[in-house]
Structures are given as C-alpha cells and as structure tokens.
Write a protein that binds this ligand. Sequence first.
Ligand SMILES: O=C(O)CCC(=O)C(=O)O
Ligand SMILES: [Fe+2]
Length: 206
Amino acid sequence: MSVQGNIFDEPTAGNEIVLRNGELVYYPQFFSKAVSDQLLQLLLDNIAWKQESMQLYGKQVLFPRLMAWYGDAGARYTFSGNSFTPHPWTPALLQIRDLITPVTGKPFNSVLLNLYRHGNDSMGWHADDEPELGPQPVIASVNFGATRRFLLRYKNDHHLKHELALQHGSLLIMKGDLQQYWEHQVPKTSKATTGRINLTFRFIQP
Ligand SMILES: O=C(O)CCC(=O)C(=O)O
Ligand SMILES: [Fe+2]
C-alpha cells in the first residue's frame, strides 16, 4: 500500500500551543480518514504487539497496554527497567516517518508504538526525558483509532494543566523544553472505547 497524507482532504494547518516552558503543535487531521483507516488496520495486523512488564516495588507488573519498538538497529531504548532492541522498520512505518519528517525538520531513527485495546488501557504520568533522547527532544506523536484524552501538567505546579483530545489521523509535535518541565498521560476512560494506536517517533542519540 502506498500511504499519502491528505491527498483528498484540504491539508490542515498545525495549531501552535505555547505553554510555559514547552511547545506543542497539533495537526488534527494530518492523515485523511481513508488513509488513517487503512493504517489502523495495517498496524493492528502487522506490528509485533507485546504486553511488557516492569519492576514495581519488587514485583513484575504488566503495562496496561500493548507495546512495540521499531527503528534503526542501533537505536536501543531503556525505560522503566526495560531495554528495547528495535524491530526493523516496516514499509508502513517508514512511509509514516517520511511524511512527518518534513514537518519537524528533524530526523527520527525509531518509533515506540502503543496499543490501547479499550478504555481500561492507559499510560501514567511521565516525561520522555531519558538521557538517550538528548536535551529538548522533538517527539512526533501519531494517532489512529479511538479519540483519547492527552493530559499535561507542569512538574512543579500540578495546577498548571493542558488537555488535548487526540483524534484519528492526528499528529502532535512535542518540542522545546516540554519534556523537562511537563509530564503527560493518557488516562483510563469508562466510555466504551475501541482500540487506539499511538506512535511516538523519536531520535535516539547513538
Ligand atoms: O498514547 C499517547 O498519546 C502518549 C504516548 C506517550 O506518551 C509515549 O509513548 O511516551
Ligand atoms: Fe510520553
């Protein structure tokens, strides 16, 4: 399949969101509905989804979602006590990467994929501030499937918040000092929710 962003729809402009010490750009419909539908199914079927576990207070606890790590062979990534060796890029992942790279102007050598199977799958508060991402990392987050809430809070003042509803076919760029000063999460929801895939394209320093 050949993936084209927005060939039939008007390209949507990015909405710049300037926060205290952090920056976001949100493209609600970066990929057309037809392309997004295709990519959702392709990724559900072809990605090596796995439920990973982490060490928490001496116990192995399963992450409440499925995950997969793809990218260049050297792009190893460590978090929550897990060290991921990437699967090689698939054609679909390379095509998505090559469509978003001109938007950020920065290269990406890896992508973390998360599959939220239903409303009970989630991701807790964290920042993507691992040393291998370097200072002021540019992270491009692509969304297919169910719309989920994406919450941000300022690390030193939890009253300072921001919220986005990340929709099917959207692209969210996180940049500037965002990872240093802010945390983000995808909370559980009691609403009946079908599957959602999020891809975060990253550059791992060699
Ligand atoms: O699913 C999302 O929108 C967020 C994913 C995320 O924060 C991450 O992979 O680090
Ligand atoms: Fe994150």
